[in-house]
Design a protein around this ligand. Sequence first.
Ligand SMILES: Cc1cc2nc3c(=O)[nH]c(=O)nc-3n(C[C@H](O)[C@H](O)[C@H](O)COP(=O)(O)OP(=O)(O)OC[C@H]3O[C@@H](n4cnc5c(N)ncnc54)[C@H](O)[C@@H]3O)c2cc1C
Length: 465
Amino acid sequence: MNDEPAHTSSYDVIIMGGGVAGLTTGIQLCRDGTRVALFEKNPGVGGCCVSFRRHGFVFDAGVHALGGVGNPGSFVGRFIHSIGFDLGRDFVRYEPAERFFVRGEKYEVAQDFSCFVEGLKQKFPKEERAVEEFFRLILKIFRRRADWTRPVFEEYLPFTYQDMLERSFTDRTLKDVLAGFTGYLGYRASEVSFIAVCLMLGSNFYESSYYPKNGMGAFAVTLAERFRAYGGSLFTGEEVCEVCYDSPYYQVTTSKKKAYRSKQLVAAISLDRFCSIFPPAAQCFQNARESLSMFVLYLGVEADKGMLAEKSGWYFGESDSYYRIHIPTLIAPALAPSGKHVVEILAPIPAGQNEFASWVGNNDKKRQYRDYLLNKVSKIIPELPNSIIVEESASPATFHRYTGNKNGAVYGLAMCPEQMVKGRPKIMTEFPHLFYVGHWSTPGTGIASVIYSGLIASEAIKMSG
Ligand SMILES: Cc1cc2nc3c(=O)[nH]c(=O)nc-3n(C[C@H](O)[C@H](O)[C@H](O)COP(=O)(O)OP(=O)(O)OC[C@H]3O[C@@H](n4cnc5c(N)ncnc54)[C@H](O)[C@@H]3O)c2cc1C
């Protein structure tokens, strides 16, 4: 059999990876006339931002909130508006924006984040001044995010979120409530960078997060439609297996044994996979630590609203473990047949090769974890186990299989202090005309950040063009 690539097609830019980062970069380039080829290994686009359908239920496999969407002046707000999304028509708002249950007590984060801050001041009057200063600092850092050289970043870069909670407050309960926000980044407060929490709080709460009415996957599919409509060439089901640089061209070879070349290349895929298909990159990114993974239980249930009302949110107990209940059909009923609901339960799973390996092909472990999680949630919603009509689950092995992210990491490169700003791969890499976007790159994880990386990369590519 001849293993040589069949022929070589040329583009201005090749993008590897059809998650939100790759799609954003592609859209921004194509709309200005750049000839772009985007390769996605799966039959469909979206990466972590996909939905799947079972017996009339639509489940979000990964993402459940789009940060930054609520502010038309934010870069996310401007981007989605510029490609034809309409906030009122296409998205719904979480109301309240978030809910935490800390040792059984409920805390609601109002859509107007200042109301939440005021509520904390009233509930913890001795900490009133500290609360005020803490959130002022968060907002200051968030607003300066476009320029990492600002002194404020240098000053707070070494700190974890827990460091800052300890420095700012004395009340244990207040610290525990505020630590709840780190669920969004998949870490305990003692591990996650304070700067990362500032970025997340800014886009999710100051700029507000929304939910696409037709589910998260529909959002990514619309991005792909726009990419194509602007003239982009989308190759799904075609994995990039090898990259070579022979100045001035990058040549990529795909799983279909085809070769393509371009002067500019964008990687929007997992760091370890990128290093394996382009070995020179491996020297630059040694010892990179991935984020943790998740176990997700996807349930289609027969239930009335009353049974599920006010149950979605993050649940923190005495032990180190926590989980989230996500019920999108309370705000987007079209995702389930009439009278039925989608309930998803997400629990973080530690990062690392050993933990990951223990899930691969291990259906017993999956079943046991499913029972453990369902047992926990049945203390909150006792009727849930008997209401299940449809059920699926995803383990770290599942996330690895679908996204290619190392060890099933759901948030890309870990957002710990050492891997923020200078410690992360840059969008403009040290290789000529090679750009790196997405949650393994700068600024970090989550939809708002990966859209930002795509916008920055596309501008840089146009300038260097
Ligand atoms: C369970 C879960 C819950 C989450 N919740 C939220 C949330 O509520 N809000 C939020 O903002 N973020 C959330 N996130 C994080 C967010 O989804 C990610 O940070 C973001 O979607 C990453 O986008 P990306 O484009 O960088 O990478 P990915 O989404 O990982 O996309 C990479 C793509 O590249 C493809 N690929 C890999 N290798 C190759 C190759 N060699 N050739 C071609 N294609 C390749 C993959 O198939 C994939 O489609 C969540 C993630 C998960 C998994």
